[in-house]
Design a protein around this ligand. Structure first.
Ligand code: ATP
Ligand code: MG
Length: 184
């Protein structure tokens, strides 16, 4: 049972890696088209929070704040939720024994501001400039057990760029990480 457990978790990590690499290469293709559809953010973020509450293997408080309540984004539903999924996945993985994750959406002039904030382990300042590079991971020993590939943020950054949006990362070791996406 023990070895089957190990095999199962390695297989899961592997299929996640394959999926991410495929997404990445698909998104890099020139002819790749992003749909633009109205997305009710409260619904999307609420579903995302619920998913992570259920799959978390540690005490995780996941809160959602959308203001104004009926706020919508104009983007591709599949890709936007995949990007936010990557951010919440990180917030959950790179934290201590328990974590509080705040997912929020708001408006800034004509732009939609999406934010995922956590009170996890944080990212050292020296790593911040490279954190969105493909396969870049902080402190391999510390993050080895989390089974990541280092592609999540690269994919998010790529997608945000495709929408002419901006991505901002703020982080402090032992205090937490705050990732903000602004979309036109
Ligand atoms: P993947 O997302 O492909 O499974 P990954 O999580 O390692 O793998 P990224 O999501 O690109 O890759 O993140 C890169 C690195 O940035 C991570 O390995 C981790 O060291 C650091 N990191 C990302 N998000 C956070 C966070 N919220 N708190 C602390 N460190 C983070
Ligand atoms: Mg990740």
């Amino acid at each position: 049972a023990k070895y089957l457990g190990v095999i199962r978790s390695q297989l899961t990590a592997l299929s996640e890696m394959v999926e991410r690499i495929l997404t990445m290469s698909r998104e890099e293709r020139e002819d790749f088209t992003l749909r633009r559809e109205r997305i009710l953010l409260a619904g999307m973020l609420g579903a995302l929070a619920e998913k992570f509450r259920m799959q978390a293997a540690k005490p995780a408080r996941v809160t959602v704040d959308v203001s104004p309540e009926g706020l919508t984004a104009f983007a591709d539903r599949f890709h936007l939720s995949h990007a936010l999924d990557n951010l919440v996945d990180n917030a959950l993985k790179y934290s201590g024994e328990e974590v509080h994750i705040r997912i929020s959406a708001g408006r800034d002039g004509g732009r939609v501001v999406l934010r995922v904030a956590d009170d996890g382990i944080g990212i050292p300042e020296k790593d911040l400039p490279r954190i969105c590079e493909r396969f870049y991971r902080v402190d391999k020993d510390r993050s080895r057990n989390s089974g990541g590939t280092g592609l999540g943020l690269a994919i998010v950054k790529h997608l945000v760029r495709r929408y002419n949006g901006e991505m901002e990362i703020r982080s402090k070791v032992n205090e937490g990480t705050n990732i903000t996406i602004r979309l036109p």
